[in-house]
Every structure is written in C-alpha cells, then in structure tokens.
Design a protein around this ligand. Structure first.
Ligand code: ADP
Length: 641
C-alpha cells in the first residue's frame, strides 16, 4: 500500500479548511442532498463529502457509510487531493496503491472509487466528493461530468455557507446592539416606515414591536414636516435635532433625534436609522434648577476657560441680567459680552485671579466692579470652585451677587468713623495732656482725695486716644492714604528695640520677654509700621499670658524672606474665634478682653500693614497652650542669610 504524498501547499490548505468552519460540525441537509444525488447518478451504495485534515479524513456528508472519519493514510481521497486531480479506481484489488489497504481487505470492502477534488475560492483542494462501491465499476463520461459539476457546486456551497454564517452572526450582533443601545432605535425604510424597533423605542412610544412595525415615522413626530426636513438634510450625512415624539397615550415627549441614512457603498438608499434619546429628565432638571436659581440673589453659573484661552458660560441663571446686563444665551458660547462689562480698573485683577485659580485649582473669590448697562456701576462679589477637565479646560461652578448695598454701607460707616475720629482727637489730646500735667504734679500737689479718680480719668483718656489712633490708622489704610516707606532694615537691631520698648508693658503683666538667638538679615519694610505691628503682637502675647510666663521673639531668615515669630504660652485662641481674629473690632470674649483692655483693631491693622509691606501674617494656636503669631516679610535684595 502506498501513502498519498503531502501536498506542497499543505499549511495553506489546512488553514483554508479551518477557515471554512466545516470540520466536526453536524450534518446539513444541503450537503446530504448532494451526496444522495452523487450516489444516484453513479449508481453506487456509498457517496461522501470528505475533507482531508492533518491526520484524518472527516466526512461532512455521507450516504451508505457509518464511520465519521478514517485515518488519513488510508484515505483514497488523500491521493486525489495530493494530485489535485480526479481519481478513479475501477477495481482496488488490481491497483498496487490500494490492494492491501484495510478499507479494501476488510469493511467496507472498497472495490470501486471515484473522487473529484473540492476547491475553495482560492483553488485549494480541501477534500473530495466521492462515490464508492463494493463491486468493480467504471464511470461513463456523463456520470463523470455530473460528478464534477456536483463537486464544483459543493465548493461554492462551502463559501456561501460561510457567508451565511457570517451574516447570521452580524445580524445577531446588530440585534444585540439594538436591544442594548440604551436609546430608542428605529430602523426605517426609505419611505420612513418602521422596519425594526428595539425595546427602548417600544417602551418610549408605548407600542408593541408588532404595532410599531409599518408605522409611518412622520406620524410619530409631533412637529409636521420635521422628519421630511431631516431626511432631506441626510443627503449630507447624519442629522441631529431636538423634537417631540407622540406616544400611544397621546403624550408629547422631548427627545434628541439622530437620523442616519443606511446605504451600502455606491448603492441606493436602503433606509434610515433613527435614534431617539429621551430628554424629559434633562428638561425637568433644567426647570428645577431654573426655579431654584430664580430664588437666589445674584447669578449662579458655570464658567468654562478653554485651553486656547477663550471662555464661555455653559450655564448661567437668569440673574446674569442683573449682574452683567446680558442674557444667558448671549454668553453660552463666548463670555466676551459679560467680560466687557468689568470695570476697567478691576478687570486685570479679576483676570489674574481667574488665571491663578485655574493654575492651582483654588477657589476663585473676588470683589470687583461691573459697569451695568442699565444700573450703572455695581459692586459684586463672586466665588467659584474650579474643576480641571480632560484636555486642559477648566470649569468653575459658582455664584456672583450684587454687594453694592453693603459697599455703600461700609463707605458710610468709614466716613462716619473717620469724621468722628478726627473731631474727637484734638479735644481728647487736650484732655489727656491736661490730666497728665495735673497727675504729674505740674500744677501743684494733687489732693489725696482726688488722686485715684484723676488717675482713672487719665488712663481712660489714654485708652480712648489709642482707640482713636487705631481708628484713624484703619481709616487711612482703607482710604489708601497711608504711605509706607519700604527700605532695607537690619532686623535684629529692630527686634531688640521692639523688645525694649515693650518691656515695661510686659513687666506690668509680670511676663518675661525674650529675644531668641538667630542670624541677622536685612528686611524690606517700613521701620515705624513694623514696630507698630511688633508692639501689637508683643502686647497681645503679654496680655493673654499668665503671670510668670515667657514670651519669645525670634526670626528665621529663609530663601528671599524671613519669618518673625512671637510665641506665648498663654490661654491660646478658641477655634471658633480663629476665623474672625483679623476682623475689625474682633475680640474673643468681650468680658475677658475688657478686663485685658484693647480695641479689637490691633490685628486688623497689623494685617493691613504687613500685607502692604508685601508680607503675610498668620498664627498657630492650641487653645490652652499658647499661640505663635508670625509675620513673613521679604528680605532686602543682596542681604545675607
Ligand atoms: P485687642 O486690642 O483686643 O488686643 P487685637 O486685634 O490685637 O485687639 O486682638 C483681637 C483679639 O484676638 C483679642 O481681643 C484676643 O481675644 C485675641 N488675641 C490676640 N492675640 C492673642 C494671643 N496672643 N493669645 C490669645 N488671644 C489673642
């Protein structure tokens, strides 16, 4: 027995065979008809569609044979495939190649064999269509020709079968996509009649699949002519528009409609795909937001700064009319109409604050003026939290309110305080001066009976003067009338000086002031005002310490700036009071502070002064364990550290 050689293109052949997805699949009537026909034409008991796999021949269809497969080395068909030519063996017993083949010597006792190679569309021989008899036999020309036709037909069916499988898969996938689209989807014919719908569409329109099928799309839309318009526009590609669907119950649903033409390449229009997204929730949310926003003073908004520097208000409540004098629609794409209303003196500061907020994602908080087209100049306060979006855009969520009223109040108050202070200062100076002279004995000995009263009068007039001085300072600071002279100052000498001047006051509270050792440096500041700030911090530290405690003054130069700290071990600052401590007239506990004396203006003035010197002031405090107030000031250029 001789074995069929392995074809030269075996790898390709096997790959092609796999690709057809025929091996080990159930019988299919299509192929069984072919084998039946082949057996009938050739008048043989056996006909097979045999596929030559790597190690075996496997029968896709068989007539008159029970086995599903045999070893490849026994296969007659392997010879036909190797030669890629028809093989006819009239009597196997007379053929040296097959005489001793077990399929000949034993069941099924093959004598006659005729096989026609089966080709795929690239011409690769994959197997044969063969007929077999247990008796010797000879095919006539007619039978041979018909067998050949059937073999060709079988090869073509292999391809068609595969295409049909692919199509079935695709259609299953389309159906799955339709069913799970998450939106209502309708497939329409070119006339706009519904061919298919998915469950969402059925739910939205309150129709069953059957009831929807065949419905005319224009009748499902509330607006007459909208569908026709969209279809016409579809010539230029998919269209999107908002519209309203009519449900079976007669409701009108807001939806976003997306209509795409379905057209295979170069072919006539097959129909349309219509996707509808329910917008009723969005509309409801919008309405809810509108109602809430209408109750708020000022405007609530989203402001988008794009990576290219342009900006817009994706959302602005109707209140934007009161703030910027423009409608939400006017600034939805471009914020320019609103930004143009910023007061020219304040615009740079507002823009800089936006840039800073975008960079470090800190809350944007500004008070500035707007030139309102109807209401004239307004003072407004804005506050917004930024959010970085992918792609480098930044989106703020915030509100802006009109604070003109408050500003007017503040101005009146400032003017009042300013006037009163100026009016009071001169007579008060005279009173304090006179009392000083009297108590100093310049007018003769003070009668014992009057001494105590006069001393109380003098100390109270001094306290009043301090209050007036503080008020005038604040007034000057607020009005921008305080001129600071910044110059390089040797810091340690200045600290030593501050310590000395405040020593008497500290001693009065029986508190020890100490200057901790440290490097000297040149600080850039106004000497008199820095002394004023230090005096205030040292006085507070002494005031709020217990007798016998220490207050430490220190300075630590850093790169470019220096931190000066005043540390006490006193009562500390209650957490609830901490946020207000730098506000005007703020005192932690009125009773307690009265006892300590003071106006509640010292820290407010200190903060203003430090900030005008280009520095910062702050504190750390643990209630019950003391506080450390610090000021950071810039170093003078060229100073050593
Ligand atoms: P005052 O003239 O009342 O001291 P300040 O503005 O200097 O005004 O201080 C405001 C308030 O802050 C004080 O009344 C006190 O309640 C609190 N405070 C300031 N410094 C200290 C400190 N070192 N320890 C505890 N409380 C302090």
């Amino acid at each position: 027995m001789s074995q069929a050689p392995i074809p030269h293109n075996e790898q390709q052949r096997l790959a092609a065979l796999q690709a057809l997805e025929l091996l080990d699949t159930p019988a299919e009537t299509l192929f069984d008809h072919i084998t039946a026909l082949a057996a009938q034409i050739c008048a043989t008991p056996i006909a097979l569609i045999s596929l030559i796999d790597a190690e075996r021949q496997w029968f896709k269809s068989r007539v008159g044979l029970d086995t599903e497969q045999t070893a490849r080395e026994l296969a007659f068909c392997a010879h036909a495939v190797a030669a890629d030519a028809p093989l006819e063996v009239d009597n196997a017993l007379e053929d040296a190649r097959f005489r001793d083949n077990p399929l000949v010597t034993a069941a099924p006792h093959i004598r006659f064999y005729a096989g026609m190679p089966l080709h795929d569309r690239h011409g690769l021989a994959l197997g044969t269509l063969c007929v077999i008899d247990r008796q010797p036999r000879h095919l006539d020309a007619h039978q041979r020709q018909q067998l050949q036709h059937l073999a060709r037909l079988t090869g073509e069916l292999f391809e068609l079968r595969l295409q049909a499988r692919r199509q079935a898969e695709q259609s299953a996938m389309h159906q799955a996509m339709l069913d799970n689209a998450g939106s209502a989807v309708l497939v329409l014919d070119p006339q706009g009649r519904v061919l298919r719908s998915n469950p969402e569409a059925q739910q939205l329109l309150e129709h069953s699949a059957a009831a929807l099928s065949g419905q005319h799309m224009p009748r499902l839309l509330v607006e007459a002519g909208q569908f026709e318009r969209l279809c016409a526009a579809c010539a230029n590609g998919p269209q999107s528009a908002e519209g309203r669907l009519r449900t079976r119950g007669g409701q009108s649903l807001p939806v976003r409609l997306n209509l795409s033409p379905i057209r295979a390449e170069e072919q006539a229009l097959q129909g349309y795909l219509l996707v509808a997204n329910d917008l009723s929730q969005r509309d409801e949310a919008r309405l809810r937001l509108q109602r809430i926003a209408a109750q708020l003073p000022g405007m609530v908004y989203q402001y988008l700064l794009r990576a290219d520097g342009s900006s817009c208000f994706p959302y602005a409540s109707a209140g934007i009319l009161d703030i910027y004098g423009c409608a939400p629609e006017e600034v939805a794409e471009d914020a320019a109409p609103a930004l143009a209303r910023l007061h020219p003196d304040d615009a740079p500061q507002v823009r800089a604050a936006i840039a800073r907020s975008a960079q470090d994602l800190s809350t944007w908080h500004q008070e500035y003026r707007v030139l309102h087209p109807l209401h004239g100049p307004l003072w407004v306060e804005g506050r917004a939290a930024p959010q970085r979006l992918p792609g480098g855009d930044v989106l703020w969520h915030g509100f802006i309110s009109d604070i003109s009223e408050r500003k007017r109040g503040e101005q009146l108050q400032n003017e009042f305080v300013s006037t009163v202070s100026h009016e009071l200062r001169t007579p008060l100076t005279a009173i304090a001066g006179s009392l000083g002279l009297i108590n100093g004995g310049a007018l003769g000995a003070v009668p014992e009976a009057m001494r105590q009263m006069l001393e109380i009068a003098q100390s109270n007039s001094q306290r009043l003067r301090k209050l007036i001085d503080d008020l005038l300072d604040i007034d000057k600071l607020v009005a921008g009338k305080m001129r600071l002279e910044l110059q390089p100052l040797a810091l340690r000498a200045l600290l030593a000086q501050a310590l000395q001047s405040n020593q008497p006051y500290a001693e009065h509270h029986r508190v020890q002031l100490r200057l901790l050792p440290g490097a000297d440096c040149q600080v850039l500041a106004d000497a008199q005002r820095l002394e004023q700030v230090l005096a205030n911090l040292l006085a507070n530290a002494a005031k709020f310490s217990a007798a016998g405690q220490r207050v430490e003054l220190s300075a630590a130069p850093r790169q470019g700036w220096v931190r000066i700290s005043v540390r006490d071990h006193g009562q500390g600052i209650a957490e609830s009071f901490q946020p207000r401590i730098f506000s005007k007239f703020a005192q932690a506990d009125a009773g307690d502070t009265r006892q300590q004396g003071g106006t509640g203006l010292g820290l407010a003035i200190s903060k203003e002064l430090v900030e005008r010197m280009g520095g910062q002031i702050g504190f750390d405090s643990t209630p019950g364990q003391g506080s450390t107030f610090w000021i950071d000031l810039p170093l003078a250029g060229g100073s050593h550290e």
